[in-house]
Design a protein. Sequence first.
Length: 347
Amino acid sequence: MAATQSVGARTGEARDDRTPPEGHGTPSRGQGTPSQGHHGKPRTGRLRGPSPQAVGMLALLLTVTVWAAFALSARALSTSTLLPADAALLRFGVPLVVLAPALWRRRRRLAAVRTGPAAKIICGAGVPFFLAAMYGGSLTSAAFVGAIVPGMVPLFVSALMVAGGKSAPRGTQAAGLALIVAGVAALVWRHTAALDADVLLGTGTLLVASGLWALYTVGLREVDLDPVGSIGLLCLPSFAVIALLVLTGVLPTGLADAAGGDIALFLVVQGLGVGLCAGLMYAFAIRRLGPERSSVVGSLSPVAVVLLAVPLLDESPTLPVVVGVPLITLGVALANRRSRTKVSADA
């Protein structure tokens, strides 16, 4: 406004009597009255788009849906004609095929990524994570996968932040992390008392997978790549590793004899859903919201998985699941409360 007035003064242009200057009887912009044009007609203001935080949260909500499908597929793999290596080939191969032209244009930026952050991404969401999640899911249930893997991420992320010199969790965040631990304990206490070795081994493997995913979450924040580049950084070496393991016979494959329906299901869920869509949305959310706040996705994923597992996998929620999942959900929400307050204050 000041610049406009200066130009008018220099050129000698007279102001329109019908449009008095602000502060002299005419409400300024933003006070609820549209500005007037040259003919007295109101001009509509420029519409504001959604805030970066709102877009990031939308991406997280969509990621929840895909992650729920991932947890269900991890459990369904045990009854499928596919083997874990087959699912991994689809998981990492499909995004490479779809994004091949875009990844080629980003080849120099991918080659310039530092070793440390790249290792966090490749290990955190690559072959080690995938095999751990699939194996843990085959020994437990979809509820365990959906609750433990994303639910424990805030705890591991906080530990990584403290190790990196950040402040230790306090107040409601510390209480939330304690509730997460209590929820996981509630899930497994019955199996501990009964010494169910398979479930305990599966739970431990899922905890490893959750810790790896926390590495991935932090690593995404440390690289200067867009979401497409982040997927390429993850899928290129992961596909190469799993293909090498299959070709050398280290991991068996049944892809040639698998049922067409199983291949199509895992291609859609793992390849297009988890590998492409969730990868893009989660990387986008990390860049918009940061790693701590993005881990709030774990507060909704367990509930979605439990609800979907009933009609799709015939899993009936047990008492430990009914107690443990809400504790984890509440814990994740509290664990991220401080981050949300900080972001709001900064905004």
